[in-house]
Design a protein. Structure first.
Length: 146
């Protein structure tokens, strides 16, 4: 029986920078951290990698979790910081906010690049921005409930 989603995960080339942004600018908390060294058969089995090694953190925001990995082995393929959202794979992480216009201004001041200012939609406002690695972070405000 499926219960529900627990978390999504992102890989980053710089865990410290990622945590600075997600905890500092977005208000996440580090729920726990973990790592493993090269030679962990269990980690290699789960990840489908060989000779993997990584540092990781589980972030919490409200009732949601986001896991983030910095692999030191094997070497990752660099990703464009402007990867289009139509490329296959995870396209974005969505954060529900109150007062999207204030959050937009605050995060822009914190260095977040946005595709556009908040746009009106039937139930509120929405915009997409990018974290320091280029991952898309959606801000979503509901001003009307169905």
């Amino acid at each position: 029986m499926l219960i529900g989603f627990h978390h999504a995960a992102i890989s980053t080339p710089d865990l410290d920078r990622f945590l600075d942004f997600y905890c500092g600018a977005l208000g996440c908390e580090v729920a726990w951290t973990f790592d493993w060294d090269t030679g962990s058969d269990e980690a290699d089995s789960v990840t489908g990698l060989q000779n993997s090694a990584a540092r990781a953190a589980m972030l919490k925001l409200g009732d949601s979790f986001l896991e983030v990995f910095e692999f030191s082995s094997p070497a990752a393929t660099p990703q464009s910081t402007d990867r289009p959202v139509n490329d296959h794979g995870i396209t974005h992480v969505c954060l529900q906010v109150q007062d999207i216009h204030t959050e937009y201004e605050r995060l822009q001041q914190a260095g977040m690049r946005f595709h556009c200012p908040p746009q009106a939609q039937d139930t509120g406002f929405v915009t997409y921005g990018r974290d320091p690695d280029g991952n898309v972070v959606e801000l979503l405000e509901f001003t009307q409930q169905d």
